[in-house]
Design a protein around this ligand. Structure first.
Ligand SMILES: Cc1cc2nc3c(=O)[nH]c(=O)nc-3n(C[C@H](O)[C@H](O)[C@H](O)COP(=O)(O)O)c2cc1C
Length: 187
């Protein structure tokens, strides 16, 4: 699939079939992470790949954080079921000590974000789906997965075959709304 087609047609996928993800396709997704750019090429990302059903159930349960969702009128994390049902869940972590921090900007989040987008596009290009899940109980997840306290979890990514091909996602702002030319106030 052409890169622009992958960018344009990628959607957050929250319903998966039970078809397993082929080893080569998972490897290609991990390779896409490997090739992402990063601060000074430190490659601060760390991944935990989970296939065990019991473990995925526990991860799924930890994606509902009451203090976040209840106050926003949600009954659940919209991706909670996806984390239990997808054949693979990837936990994207980062080691902040292995990235840059300059003038109040912590680049480990940028590094991990770039890795995440490579991962999502590599999934899409191979007919797989995923979704960036950014709400979870980080401390309990670290405990569950034996992730060291110095590491941050940046996102959870169910990975598998989508039940349906989604055509339209949430609308995007037109370019004129976020892009200025030459100076901030000229578009
Ligand atoms: C940093 C980040 C955190 C997100 N967290 C969640 C989440 O916890 N649960 C969920 O269902 N979707 C989550 N999403 C998915 C967004 O809701 C989704 O990307 C956005 O609505 C645009 O839809 P699209 O991905 O289909 O284009 C997250 C996305 C990002 C980038």
């Amino acid at each position: 699939m052409d890169l622009f087609e992958a960018i344009k047609t990628r959607r957050s996928v929250r319903k998966y079939t039970n078809k397993p993800v082929e080893h080569e396709k998972l490897e290609a997704v991990l390779e896409a992470v490997r090739m992402a750019p990063s601060w000074a090429n430190y490659q601060c990302w760390r991944l935990v790949v989970v296939k065990d059903n019991a473990m995925k159930e526990k991860i799924s349960a930890l994606s509902y954080v009451e203090s976040y969702f209840a106050t926003r009128g949600y009954k659940t994390n919209p991706s909670m079921k996806a984390l239990a049902e997808a054949p693979v869940v990837i936990i994207l972590c980062a080691d902040p000590a292995q990235s840059g921090s300059l003038w109040n900007q912590n680049y480990y989040l940028v590094d991990a974000g770039l890795a995440a987008q490579n991962m999502m596009l590599a999934a899409r290009a191979q007919g797989l789906g995923t979704v960036f899940v950014g709400v979870y109980d980080e401390d309990k997840l670290k405990n569950l997965l034996h992730i060291p306290s110095t590491i941050r979890i940046v996102g959870l990514f169910p990975l598998g075959y989508p039940v349906e091909e989604k055509k339209d996602g949430p609308a995007r702002k037109p370019v004129e709304e976020f892009c200025f030319f030459e100076k901030w106030d000229v578009n």
